[in-house]
Design a protein around this ligand. Structure first.
Ligand code: ADP
Ligand code: DP6
Length: 398
């Protein structure tokens, strides 16, 4: 009998940022956060887990290379928590095989760059937890699984749902109420698309984990943000999502990205995640929105940046073509734009700007300043896949 399961999970990019822990071991945040789950058809982690009595230790392979599972580290914690849930089930149903007592082999791959600021840790820990939940045949809800993914990487808890997702910070010291909840499924607002601008970044920045800890210890602005800014923003953006009010959604998303980077700057010593390319992309989106607003229209795009220089631009599907044209005008691409939604005909991207756009807001950059453009949209939550997607061979090795 082979006990094995494979699952895939999506990336999520926050509109209201998580930045700060009140408990670093349990990964309990200092504020609520909210994100959009991106489509796994484009960006995903896929993970196979197998339990077998012949295995001699828990092992993990990431993109084909074995990774050490550090005792008491984040991966070990997630595996231990999942085994605990399985043990509870076995105690209730004594005829079930005692999988909780076997070691596991886990193989995972990301179909996009790992540890490059594209949230692989979020999709990675969500896929790990989901594949173990399938292996162990747990009846757990996505919110229950989010409690465990959270202990792998905070932002991973939001990848247990598709659509629009909040991570409620909770108040219990044991973390039992610090979990993800769905604000709306993808079907509610499928027109939300995202354009990821992958910005070259040669030097290694400050990791989220260490950066946010330094912010908690030194930033007074963070205290203001936690108490007086995020609670109201969570309410307003959740309402905007429910009403499909893109103007409000965009306004809050940009404000919160700005404040997160302000809080990073308020850290001692200061942390800079954005670079000149990131700031130029902000100028383009601000000007693009100004043209619309001056003509009596709404905001049409929202930028947001995590702990790195890459931009994620949220917009409605109808505007993606204009935005790709705009970005390519300033950031020429070495490779042809991959056009998953067939927006461009055989002529490809021309690099046009919309009428009335003040081209002086940014200077054009050379090829490679924006390495790659990824067009995706709001997506669904983790998927359980069939045995044909397995990443482990008959021997239980990748
Ligand atoms: P990113 O910006 O891609 O999230 P991080 O440096 O924050 O980069 O996280 C990368 C780490 O996340 C990896 O070193 C690994 O520990 C973990 N990770 C990434 N992908 C996976 C995966 N598919 N399965 C398990 N862990 C993963
Ligand atoms: C800027 O979830 O990577 O992307 O919990 O220490 O693993 P750890 O941090 P992580 O931090 C994400 C920070 C962010 C904002 C967000 O995703 O909400």
């Amino acid at each position: 009998m082979v006990y094995q399961a494979t699952a895939s999970a999506p990336v999520n990019i926050a509109c209201i940022k998580y930045w700060g822990k009140r408990d670093t071991k349990l990964i309990l945040p200092t504020n609520d956060s909210l994100s959009v789950t991106l489509d796994q058809d484009h960006l995903r982690s896929t993970t196979t887990s197998r339990a077998d009595p012949s295995f001699t230790k828990d092992r993990l392979w990431l993109n084909g290379t074995e990774e050490e599972i550090k005792p008491n580290g984040r991966t070990a914690t997630c595996i231990a928590e999942m085994k605990r849930l399985r043990a509870d089930l076995e105690a209730e149903k004594p005829n079930e095989p005692k999988l909780s007592q076997f070691y596991v082999h886990i193989a995972s791959k990301n179909n996009f760059p790992t540890a490059a600021g594209l949230a692989s840790s979020a999709s990675g820990f969500a896929a790990l937890v989901k594949s173990l939940a399938s292996l162990y045949q747990l009846p757990s809800t996505p919110s229950e699984l989010s409690l465990i993914a959270r202990q792998g990487s905070g932002s991973a808890c939001r990848s247990l749902f598709g659509g629009f997702v909040a991570w409620e910070m909770g108040s219990s010291p044991d973390g039992s109420d610090s979990l993800a909840v769905e604000i709306a499924p993808r079907e509610h607002w499928p027109e939300i698309h995202a354009l990821i601008c992958v910005v070259s970044d040669d030097k290694k920045g400050t990791s989220s984990t260490s950066g946010m800890q330094r912010t908690v210890e030194t930033s007074t602005l963070l205290q203001h943000r936690i108490k007086h800014v995020v609670p109201e923003r969570m309410k307003v953006i959740s309402e905007a999502i429910k009403k499909r009010d893109f103007n409000t959604f965009a306004k809050i998303t940009m404000q919160d990205s700005n404040q997160f980077h302000a809080v990073a700057l308020d850290t001692d010593p200061p942390i800079f995640y954005m670079n000149d390319v990131s700031r130029a992309i902000i100028s383009l989106i601000v000007e693009y929105n100004r043209v619309s607003v001056d003509a009596g229209g709404p905001l049409k795009a929202a930028y947001t940046y995590d702990a790195g220089p890459n931009a994620v631009i949220y917009t409605l599907k109808e505007n993606v073509k204009e935005i790709v044209e705009l970005v390519v005008n300033y950031f020429p691409q070495a490779n042809q734009f991959k056009d998953p939604f067939g927006l461009f005909g055989s002529d490809g991207v021309q690099g046009n700007v919309v009428t009335g756009f003040n081209t002086a807001v940014a200077k054009p950059f050379g090829v490679g300043a924006v390495k790659n453009l990824i067009h995706t949209r709001v997506g669904d939550g983790p998927r359980t896949l069939g045995p044909e997607e397995s990443l482990l061979g008959v021997e239980g090795l990748p």
